[in-house]
Every structure is written in C-alpha cells, then in structure tokens.
Write a protein that binds this ligand. Structure first.
Ligand code: ATP
Length: 310
C-alpha cells in the first residue's frame, strides 16, 4: 500500500548532507512536490542540487533530516521505490560498443513492465539512430538516450538532472514538449537545470539553492514578483531626462532611459500620461516584469558577496 505524506510524492524535511572532512553541501532544506507537479531545483554551481537529488534517488543517505519518495525512505526502502522511479543522471554510463537499440533492449530486460524499445526511442526522437553505436552519438543524442532509458519503466516519478545540456535549440524544445506531456499524464517530475528559461517554461514550482540552502521558492511568478521590472525607452532629441516626472526614478544614458520598478503598470501609466500631456513621442518603448534569469543573477551576485563568510 502506497503512503504519501499529505498527498506529497516527494517530501524533504530539514535535509542535511555533509561530506568527509565536514563540508556541509546541503544545509537543512525542506520542500515538497505534489503528485503530477513539475518542480525545478535551481542553483549556482556547487549549490547542492546534485547532493540533494542523489538522496532523493536513494543513492546516498542523509546526514540529517528526512526524505520520503512515494511515502518511503528511498535509501532504506530502495526496492519499494526504485521500480516506480525513473532517473536520468548527469552522466549516464552505458557500454559504448552497443547500438542504441541494443542498449535500450538490454535495459528493458532489467525493467519490469518496460515499454517496448521502439516506443521509448520514438518518444525521444531516436528511432532513426537505432542501429548506430552509442559511441557514435552526439552529446545531445546521448542525453536523449538517457531520457529514453529513464522512461522505460513508465515511472510515476521522474528525476531529470540537467536533461537538455548539450541539446540544440530544437532538441531542447522537443524534450520540453515530451516532459510537459509526461507531466500532463500525471508523472511527477523533479528537474535540475542551468537553463532558467527551461525552469520558467516548465516548472509549476521551483526552489533556488545557494550554498546548501534554499534562498527563494514558489511559482516562477512568485520568485520574480519580488524583483524589479524595467521600462526602457528613448527620448526624442528635444527632450532631456530632467523633464521626466520626479516620481519616475530613472537611469539615463543620454536619451536612453531605463526605469527599474516593482510597479511596472503604475509607472508605465504615469509615463504614458506624461508623454501624452507633454506631446512627447517615446521611441523603442519596452516594459516588462523581471525574468527568472534576473532574479537568479541577483541571488548569485549577492551570494558572491557572502562567499567566504560561511
Ligand atoms: N563527494 C564529495 N566530496 C566532497 N565534496 C563534495 C562531493 N560531492 C560534492 N561536493 C561538494 O559539495 C558541494 C555541492 O555539490 P553539488 O554537486 O551537490 O552541487 P550542484 O548544485 O549540483 O552543482 P553544479 O550545478 O555545479 O552541478 C560542492 O561544493 C562540491 O564541491
């Protein structure tokens, strides 16, 4: 009988992981992922993402706190969890002399209720490469083979560690489409990625890690809401930045103006009213909320200032 804590498929409470020598790579983090949700774990290099995911995958034991996947301890109750989970590691290792189809068939032989090899290859767009030896695949094709293997057992939970690294733009879009479909069919997905656009586009919720801690979390909109958006435009030659309303605090580079604001709609309205009343034609007007990338860079920059303080 499957138990999940409060309907959560993944439940992490105060997880700590310390390496030999006493280095704390994961420093008491908590988060949960509901059934059918796509959760992205982001972070600077060395933030502790892989150290966290390894515990969720049952590959390592926590040094503190608790972790539950599908209601079980993934390390101690590995046999209960493993058949229901698909794992795409950062470095998938498979014999390079086998062909793509042989590799998938070999893995399918060890997976109960596996998809047919052809179906798995079709899902990731590798059908035409079935008879090619693994060592002849490009880096992006290997990532897709990794994904096919992770999907073989029709997993309820899918761990994707940087699934699109090395893929070209089209391969990345195809993978996103497939991950969305899997999520829509009810698969719970935990994704780590360095591509913020990927997290913004796919994640229902996300957490940003820095130096072993979660420093921001929520929906992509929640995480970006706390960061200022921006309004940019170019003033016509006869107008100077000094003529703008005082309440619109702006940075000016000659006639090029940038307003950083948490109130994009209010300030844009005020700017447009001023332009209308003053008969000023604003050029190249562009207004938008903060992106996840800006929020992330902001966090990374602040982290840089605290490096060495820990
Ligand atoms: N086996 C290990 N022994 C000692 N320290 C380790 C070990 N594995 C990882 N670390 C350290 O723990 C920290 C977290 O590493 P981890 O690989 O979890 O980060 P990450 O967020 O996945 O980074 P990246 O984005 O670069 O993959 C790093 O400082 C790393 O050097």
């Amino acid at each position: 009988m499957t138990q999940t804590t409060g309907g959560q498929v993944i439940d992490v409470e105060e997880l700590r992981r310390t390496y030999v020598g006493g280095y704390t790579a994961v420093d008491g983090i908590s988060f949960s992922v509901a059934r059918g949700e796509l959760f992205a774990l982001l972070g600077t290099n060395g933030a502790g993402k892989t150290s966290t995911v390894e515990v969720l995958e049952g590959l390592a034991r926590p040094d503190g706190g608790t972790v539950r996947v599908l209601g079980h301890d993934p390390y101690r109750e590995r046999t209960a969890v493993r058949p229901r989970v698909g794992v795409m590691l950062q470095e998938g290792g498979f014999p390079s002399d086998l062909t793509v189809a042989e590799t998938v068939r070999m893995c399918a032989g060890c997976t109960s209720g596996a998809r047919p090899a052809g179906e798995a290859l079709d899902l990731v767009g590798l059908t035409k490469r079935s008879e090619v030896r693994v060592k002849q695949l490009s880096g992006g094709e290997r990532r897709r083979l990794d994904l096919a293997l992770a999907l073989l057992g029709r997993p309820e939970v899918l761990f994707l560690d940087e699934p699109t690294t090395g893929l070209d733009a089209e391969g990345r879009r195809d993978t996103w489409e497939l991950v969305r479909e899997l999520r829509n069919e009810g698969t719970t997905v935990l994704l780590t990625t360095h591509y913020l656009e990927e997290a913004e586009s796919l994640a229902d919720r996300l957490a940003i890690m820095d130096q072993g801690r979660i420093v921001a979390s929520g929906t992509p909109a929640d995480v970006t809401a706390s960061r200022p958006g921006r309004i940019r435009f170019v003033l016509p030659g006869h107008v100077t930045a000094g003529q703008l309303p005082l309440s619109l605090r702006a940075a000016a580079d000659g006639r090029r103006i940038e307003i950083r604001t948490r109130q994009v709609q209010r300030d844009l309205g005020q700017l447009l009213r001023w332009a209308e009343e003053s008969g000023v034609e604003l050029e190249a007007l562009d207004a938008r909320s903060a992106t996840l990338e800006e929020a992330f860079l902001d966090i990374a920059a602040r982290s840089g200032e605290t490096v060495g303080a820990r």
